[in-house]
Design a protein around this ligand. Structure first.
Ligand code: 4AD
Ligand code: MG
Length: 430
């Protein structure tokens, strides 16, 4: 019977065959322990000389790291391993012998590993991070589908910029100028007027010259947009959504979180509602913590966000930023027009901003005024203005950065480990 490591629990006491790679190996004179991986998981195979015979045992001892194999044996329970099962190997056949696999079980530096990303992905740690990423994506679709949202795909090649014009990737579109999308938001607003509640999931691009553990050039965003929902309604969706994702990972990625050494007690606490602090109060909090240089009207940097997050054991919303440091489409607070109805959600443990969101301007005249202030001339934004001409309604939305969320939930330090093939300031290879 051919099966996979993820399915072995169904075959206790039975003989099965796996296609696998050898990720590691230890042996003594009489017994060899093969660390097998097949993509679905990791499992130990035990080869006993007295059972398999001298010749086959010597073949097992000579197996090289990352050689591909068909392994046949009996599945037995093993309470010491995270999987709970191991295989008593009866026979194996080498499909392809790997010679001098570059990533050995010893330590390697990050640049070396990044140069070998196409192979590094096979490691237990990277496997665990990608499985967490996959569960976040799965539970995202689950959450929005269960709550009546329609998945809508905004374009990647666009003529407009949602988040400022300085970090755009420029390209030619035949004879026209085009950009890679920084955010699908403007299109998602059009979609919300057609479908009510929508969400997108796709790649976004920012030509940011930032070389930090939180910045990628190409990253994936989940962008919900909701008609007839105000800022407060949107915050409630955000805290419920993030709680759902964290609880789903806790439930469905036990082996992976264990492999990553993640402190799951911290994740257990991530349940809605989340605390909120206004931008004004955050400035005061920072001053109290000894940040003397920060003044009202300035944006927060990573150290500020980390200092604010330290006061909470859940993600915290920082609300109502000054209009001047936020995007053109955010709705001013009617009581206090110098601030906007927006929030950034800051993850705990120093992982920084994972969501940016706001209520959008729905008034045509005010939007026209913003166009003038931001010099949004030309045809590229005409259609966006029309959304305010025909049945405009209060609406809100947000964008969750997938990689920062993966980093936080997995507990990995740098976003370069949270996407299969990271695009960084100095890296387009592999
Ligand atoms: O705060 P941002 O720029 O918001 C928007 O783009 C809105 N248009 C979203 C919306 O309302 N639909 O980006 C949203 C999130 C950030 O909170 C962060 O998690 C992530 O995207 N992000 C990045 N992640 C990795 N690398 C970068 N360079 C990122 N820039 C933003
Ligand atoms: Mg932001």
């Amino acid at each position: 019977m051919k099966t996979t490591i993820s399915e072995v629990s169904k075959y206790v006491g039975e003989e099965v065959t796996l296609g696998a790679w050898l990720s590691n190996k230890r042996s003594s004179g009489k017994i060899a322990f093969l660390q097998l991986r097949d993509g679905t998981g990791f499992m130990q195979g035990i080869v006993v000389k007295a059972e398999i015979g001298e010749e086959k045992f010597q073949d097992a001892k000579a197996l090289t790291q990352e050689s591909s194999l068909y392994v046949t044996g009996v599945i037995v329970e093993d309470t010491r391993s995270p999987l709970g099962y191991e295989m008593q190997v009866k026979d194996f056949e080498v499909i392809h012998e790997a010679v001098d696999y570059p990533i050995t079980p010893k330590e390697h530096g990050p640049e070396f590993l990044m140069d070998h990303r196409h192979l590094w992905l096979r490691s237990k740690r990277q496997h665990a991070v990608m499985k967490v990423r996959n569960e976040i994506i799965r539970s995202t679709y689950e959450f929005f589908n269960d709550n009546g949202y329609v998945k809508i795909d905004p374009p990647i090649l666009t003529g407009s910029s949602a988040e400022g014009t300085t970090e755009l990737f420029h390209t030619k579109y035949f004879d026209e100028d085009a950009y890679l999308s920084q955010s699908g938001q403007l299109y998602m607003e059009a979609a919300a007027m057609a479908f009510g509640r929508v969400f997108s999931f796709g790649p976004t691009f920012r030509a940011e010259k930032s070389k930090t553990r939180r910045h990628l050039i190409e990253f994936w965003m989940i962008e919900p947009e909701m008609a007839f929902m105000d800022h407060e309604d949107s915050l409630q969706v955000q805290e419920q959504y993030v709680s759902h994702v964290v609880q789903s990972v806790l439930k469905n990625c036990k082996i992976e979180l264990d492999a990553l050494g993640r402190d799951t007690e911290k994740l257990e606490k991530i349940q809605a509602p989340f605390p909120r602090i206004s931008y004004d109060d955050a400035i005061q909090l920072l001053k109290d913590k000894g940040f003397d240089d920060i003044e009202w009207g300035e944006d927060f940097g990573a150290p500020h966000e980390t200092a604010i997050a330290e006061s909470y054991d859940k993600p915290v919303f920082i609300t109502n930023y000054p209009a001047d440091i936020k995007a053109f489409y955010m709705k001013p607070d009617p009581e206090r027009p110098e601030v906007v109805l927006c929030a950034d959600l800051i993850a705990p443990e120093g992982y920084g901003e994972i969501i940016g969101g706001s209520q959008r301007i729905d008034d045509l005249e005010l939007m026209q005024q913003r166009y003038e202030e931001h010099d949004l001339t030309g045809d590229a934004y005409k259609w966006y203005l029309q959304l305010r001409e025909y049945g405009s309604v209060p609406h809100s939305g947000f964008g969750l950065g997938l990689e920062r969320t993966v980093a936080w939930i997995s507990g990995v330090e740098h976003v370069r480990e949270t996407i299969p093939f990271p695009r960084l300031l100095n890296r387009l290879y592999p």
